[in-house]
Design a protein around this ligand. Sequence first.
Ligand SMILES: *Cc1c(COP(=O)(O)O)cnc(C)c1O
Length: 396
Amino acid sequence: MKRPPDVPIRRDTLPESVSRPVATPIMPSVVYASASPDALDAQYEGRAEGYTYAREGHPNADILARRIDALEGAEGGVVTGSGMAALSAVLFGLLSAGDHVVGGDQLYGRSLRLLGQDLPRFGIDATFCDVTDAEALRRAITERTRLVLVEVVSNPTLRIADLEGIAAAAAEAGALLVVDNTFATPRGIRPFEWGADIVFHSVTKLLAGHSDVTLGYVAARDPELRARIRDHVVTAGLTPSPFDCWLAERGLFTFDLRYDRAEANAAHLASFLKGRSGVSRVIYPGLPDHPEHARAARLLGGRFGNMLSLELAGGRKAANAFTEAVPELSFAPTLGDVATLVSHPASSSHRALTAEARAAMGISEGFLRISVGIEPIEMLEAEFERGLRAAARASG
Ligand SMILES: *Cc1c(COP(=O)(O)O)cnc(C)c1O
């Protein structure tokens, strides 16, 4: 007689244990089995809690979302597959043809592109303005303006938005204020406390902190908006992977420690670099000569962050020499990693702009943006010293 092959198609249930795991398990299951159609009804009708299908939500995403909610002072935030997915969910979940959007003119490059190039195909137009000046924003608002999008700290020139003036202007116009809080992080500012309606993040950056996950997060103050954003995440499939959520949860345990160390390093490096020969400019919101230093002190409560920018007087040659002399400082276009990263906006994030447009923003060929990490400060000083010397030699 032929025996049926011994293939373990029937899955085992989890082994019994009266003790519970301390660390969060990774739960990659795509579906959740219910006991009966009646039990499923109870779930869909909100009489019982439970998951059904992972695109609609899963435990690892919810655990991460609740932790970021706590940091932002939010409720019911959603984790998405990337920061751009979070922004897409806001725009496509809430806007309709005929609406108008006002955005900061130094927004993250892909945000500028989404607003300026993609939204118009859906009949939604955008105007960009200088958000350090609330009056400029007021002038950009029209009767059709439904949403205002700003970052408190701009990239890469680290200008500080007039968040108080902007919140007042948006409220008067009946427009939603959306804040991309990726650079400042909730350790710098909690935008809901300053009048934001919606806050989103690229969790990829400082929150996850190890350059090994791509994730986003979005929360809205109003439960109805929250539901529409969540629906778009589910419909468009902007859902994150359980493993990525698990990694980010792990990263978040040390977020405050990493942030404080990186910030202290950045403040130290800013004074170390200031006034050095071959360095024509150091931009750090904590420096008294920063154009919005007082505003940064007020909005960020004296938390000036881990990002700093500098300009090498020797232009592209000096920038090449600096990065080549210090390969330990990864020359890579992201931020918020535990290790210090150097980026060169003219050849990366801002390469699509003309040299004139870059010059108008103060971005030259010698401009470097530094995402300061948590290394011992002596190590960073020695590496920057080596980089500056090489830059000086190259500029002759
Ligand atoms: C990286 C970044 C984004 C986009 O996030 P992804 O996770 O890469 O999609 C949006 N805004 C800011 C300020 C960023 O730095």
